[in-house]
Design a protein around this ligand. Structure first.
Ligand SMILES: Nc1ncnc2c1ncn2[C@@H]1O[C@H](COP(=O)(O)OP(=O)(O)O)[C@@H](O)[C@H]1O
Ligand SMILES: [Mg+2]
Length: 278
């Protein structure tokens, strides 16, 4: 993908963030999603008329046997793959009609993606991998380095900044991949079985990281079989055969957005003073 010029980036953000009706849309939603894989002789229906709505700040864990459709659904919700049919909202935006290039740009700042196999760029150091999505946004080198250092600290790997992926353990690579997903501070994190290849200690650390992201108000959608991850979720969905077969709320959404509270109380008090003047 081509590097964005700063103008392209701010133009797209301004365009999408300033559509007033946008906030009437669901935050994340799949509506009537079908995903077929055409194998020539036959068709595999990975997602079968699936409807789903996820609230802002919600932490949703998706469970289900292998082949149930979890990865296909995450790829569609994260804008990595187009559905055969249906509509997808991400960060209040209908991403279904977006051209590939716009979608790729939109993904960079609206969603952090974490994969089972980390997908780090093998020729870049840990720090450079984390800087990569920020550089695509045209952020200055200095700023990228500063934020990457902060993220390395957050994941406890500041000593490993200069290491290449092959010099890191599986758990360390996944931590770098998580830091990379957070680089542009996206509101949504989508993770596909992020602890599947990790030992217990690393999986626990990653469970704690996701718990922290929930407290920070990130919207988290992850496929997992790992109790260390789904015990922190607000809601557990179970998939089978391309459908959601159960949807359980295990915790209430507890996030309080202080920024919004502050701005609404300012608006309230403004209204109050206007009324008082009348
Ligand atoms: N690229 C693909 N080509 C063909 N079939 C696929 C492809 N990706 C997934 N599938 C099929 O779609 C179904 C759902 O797969 P997937 O979404 O990977 O499930 P899960 O992540 O729950 O294991 C499976 O039958 C799988 O074989
Ligand atoms: Mg999968």
């Amino acid at each position: 993908m081509k590097k964005l010029r700063e103008n392209d980036f701010s133009e797209i953000i301004t365009h999408y963030r300033n559509i007033p009706e946008m906030h009437m849309n669901p935050f994340v939603s799949a509506q009537g999603i079908v995903k077929d894989f055409d194998l020539g002789d036959y068709l595999i229906r990975a997602i079968d008329h699936l409807d789903l709505e996820i609230a802002e700040h919600e932490y949703v864990a998706i469970i289900g046997a292998s082949g149930a459709g979890k990865t296909s659904l995450l790829h569609i919700l994260g804008g990595l793959d187009k559905p055969t049919d249906g509509k997808v909202y991400l960060s209040h935006i209908d991403i279904t009609p977006m051209e590939e290039e716009t979608l790729a740009t939109f993904r960079i700042f609206s969603v952090g993606l974490v994969f089972q196999n980390y997908n780090l760029i093998s020729s870049l150091t840990a720090q450079e991998n984390i800087m990569f999505p920020m550089q695509l946004c045209g952020i200055s080198h200095e700023e990228c380095e500063k934020r990457a250092s902060e993220l390395l600290k957050q994941i406890g790997l500041e000593e490993r900044a200069e290491h290449l992926p092959f010099q890191l353990s599986a758990g360390e690579q996944q931590r770098i991949a998580i830091a990379r997903a957070l680089a542009n501070d996206p509101p949504v994190i989508i993770a596909d079985e992020p602890t599947a290849n990790l030992d217990k200690k690393n999986a626990e650390f990653i469970g704690t990281l996701f718990e922290q992201f929930r407290k920070e108000g990130k919207t988290i959608i992850l496929a997992t079989h790992d109790e260390k991850l789904f015990k922190h979720a607000h809601r557990i969905l179970e998939m089978d055969d391309g459908k959601i077969i159960s949807d359980k709320r295990i915790h209430e959404i507890d996030f309080v957005d202080n920024d919004k509270l502050e701005s609404s109380s300012i608006e309230d008090s403004d209204e109050q003073s206007i009324q008082n003047e009348e």
